[in-house]
Design a protein. Structure first.
Length: 117
């Protein structure tokens, strides 16, 4: 936790492996810590498949991290409690999927049996 709490703005951690190196992950701070409620706000976890289990060039990891930091520029502040870790393109995709769902009322009207238990 100390590693992430002390992570500088727009910095990343070292790359770690899990599942015998088939998945790599690291953390990136996409927002400054000031004005945030707790030290881990603004930190995202990045996972990358690595089926070959070969070492990954740090230049690629740096490039991906910079691209993710760039995507945080527009934020849905106040619209979602996870705003501090949102990437705008992901947030837009989530909103699109959520809006495609039928409302709770429509779903209940379609159910023919009593679901009030």
């Amino acid at each position: 936790m100390r590693l992430l709490a002390g992570l500088g703005h727009e910095h990343r951690t070292a790359v770690f492996g899990m599942m015998d190196g088939q998945v790599l992950f690291w953390y990136v701070r996409i927002r400054e810590q000031r004005h945030l409620d707790y030290p881990l706000m603004g930190v995202i976890k990045v996972e990358m498949p690595n089926p070959s289990m070969e070492p990954v060039d740090s230049e690629l990891v740096d490039w991906l991290s910079r691209a993710l930091v760039a995507e945080r520029t527009v934020t849905p502040y106040g619209r979602d409690s996870r705003w501090h870790a949102h990437l705008y393109s992901i947030w837009l995709a989530e909103r699109y999927v959520q809006n495609a769902f039928l409302s709770r009322e429509v779903m209940r009207s379609m159910v023919k049996w009593d679901i009030r238990r």
